[in-house]
Design a protein around this ligand. Structure first.
Ligand code: ADP
Ligand code: 5GP
Length: 196
């Protein structure tokens, strides 16, 4: 686990709001995010950097910025990340400047990041609102991951094992949404984004 980049971020005026979505892999964060970005004006998604390989259909600069481990480590040493973490055997991180620029321009920003990263953001930007996307059960999570056909058996096992640990931390979030019925979950998220 990495917890560098400590210290509050001061170079922002925070005219926009910062929302952070986390939850187990397969809970439906990506699905909810797509709906939110389509439904809610002035909400910008911050594209993370990752060292993992693109999945079929993923494009550099769209889902992620796919970079090498060397480049990622360079970013860490130059303090370019608002937060970063080692998740499911790869590095993932949010570029600080991206978020600061959008917030300063008055946009609301959405991050979809893991729990380690979310807690780093909350420590540096306490105004950030953390939303945990949960599933009705681990069995349902496994069903969703299998139906998504994106993971090898090994990667699926890692994700399910991590999910158990992640779900134990949901009390650290400002809001928890159980993504059982998708329409209801979208509605709950929209309310959080628009009424906060
Ligand atoms: P995450 O981004 O959290 O890894 P995804 O958004 O990729 O999760 O969702 C995982 C899978 O579950 C996808 O195949 C998605 O279509 C499906 N899914 C999302 N929400 C629901 C839901 N409420 N009920 C059933 N399946 C869902
Ligand atoms: P996936 O490989 O399935 O796209 O993502 C795996 C995990 O990495 C998910 O829990 C996702 O939220 C998290 N993640 C994606 N981007 C970031 C990031 O920039 N920072 C952190 N800390 N986690 C991230």
């Amino acid at each position: 686990m990495h917890r560098k980049n400590e210290g509050a971020v001061t170079e922002y005026r925070m005219t926009g709001k910062l929302f952070v979505l986390s939850g187990p892999s397969g809970a439906g964060k990506g699905t909810l995010r797509e709906h939110a970005l389509n439904d809610i004006p002035n909400l910008k998604y911050s594209i993370s950097c990752t060292t993992r390989h693109p999945r079929d259909g993923e494009t550099d600069g769209v889902e992620y910025r796919f970079i090498t481990r060397e480049k990622f480590k360079e970013g860490i040493s130059q303090n370019l990340f608002l937060e970063y973490a080692h998740v499911h055997e790869d590095f993932y991180g949010t570029l600080k400047q991206d978020v600061v620029n959008e917030l300063n321009a008055g946009k609301n920003v959405l991050l979809e990041i893991d729990i380690q990263g979310a807690l780093q953001v909350k420590a540096k930007m306490p105004e950030a609102l953390l939303v945990f996307v949960d599933v009705p059960s681990v069995e349902e999570l496994e069903r969703r991951l299998r139906n998504r056909h994106t993971e090898s058996e090994e990667s699926l096992r890692v994700r399910l094992k991590n999910a158990i640990i992640e779900r134990e931390q949901k009390d650290k979030y400002d809001y928890v949404i159980v993504n059982d019925d998708l329409e209801n979950a979208c509605k709950e998220l929209r309310e959080i984004f628009t009424k906060s």
